[in-house]
Design a protein around this ligand. Sequence first.
Ligand SMILES: Nc1ncnc2c1ncn2[C@@H]1O[C@H](COP(=O)(O)OP(=O)(O)O)[C@@H](O)[C@H]1O
Ligand SMILES: [Mg+2]
Length: 363
Amino acid sequence: MKIGIIGAGQLGRMLALAGYPLGLQFVFLDQSEDAPGAQVGRIIRGAFDDTQRLGELADAVDVITFDVENVPVSAVETIAARKPFLPPVRALGDSQDRLVEKTLFNKLKIPTAPFAAVDSLEDLQKAAKKIGIPGVLKTRRLGYDGRGQFFVRKSADIEAAWKALGAVPLIYEGFVDFRREVSIIGVRSTAGETRFYPLSANTHESGILRYSIAPYRSASLQRQAETHLKRILKHFDYAGVLTIEFFVKRGRLIANEMAPRVHNSGHWTIEGARTSQFENHIRAILGLPLGSTSPIGHSAMLNFIGQIPTLGNILRVPGVHFHSYGKEPRHNRKLGHCTINVASAGARDRALRQLVRLKMGAD
Ligand SMILES: Nc1ncnc2c1ncn2[C@@H]1O[C@H](COP(=O)(O)OP(=O)(O)O)[C@@H](O)[C@H]1O
Ligand SMILES: [Mg+2]
């Protein structure tokens, strides 16, 4: 069985690494021949909207999936008609546009921050008046790791925000004064089986995920998150892994965004759950029985961004597992991560502190 993955980034690479023990083979489509997936599968070189290369990928494999969200829907529709393409193209399309995504959340009765479409300076002024300041102006499309966002902290920021981002369709959102950020990862197979991982608590800095702690135990938040996620899975007749990022405020979840794919906040599942998000994604799109999503002990995942400390120093931390993505170091680039998996929350926090100190030394 061969699986085609559009995008050969670290997520694609980890999907392939999870699939090899199951006897599966992987072919990627990516513009770069030395993308992280290159070491674990063949890469067909091409842009994500290159219909000829997409066709080549479709011909070479049995099922197609993706590891990036910015895959043009019109280009993949042609191959989705020829080979199973999962998660569904509709879910991919809706998650590419923050306005469509948040409108869907509200339609499914999933709470969000107040938001408004912004296509002119006037729209922005109106939105800031109605929703209030502080708020966040974001590009509707193509934003990731905090890119394409402008925090409006006072009225005088409005024009600067418009100048910085105004060339493309935008969304203005109320600023959520959250207590913490959490995410849920769920998986549904083509056979209709569903499972949910425990929540992960995520810490971002400058819009980039720095570390996650899981399982983050809160029966009430877990219940809310699963209810919300189930509605989205049903809405799309979904297959594969789906992630929702939430803000937590006064014990309630406020949805921020969804990702129709495996997610950085779920990397801990490789060592910290009975079955990883990567293996379950593959099982799901092939209609195989899903694996247990139960956590094992306590985990923390830390991203290495821009630089990686020396391997010997990382591996000295108790309970640590290291994953390199095989990328050239570059400012703000995710180069690898490590997961601490230990028996107690106290030991996890001690090891995480040790790792953060190490990372600060490297930065
Ligand atoms: N409306 C908001 N209120 C408060 N913080 C926000 C808001 N929107 C984004 N953020 C912060 O910026 C981070 C990145 O924003 P997000 O919408 O998730 O975009 P990205 O696609 O870049 O991950 C969030 O995880 C959160 O920390
Ligand atoms: Mg995000």
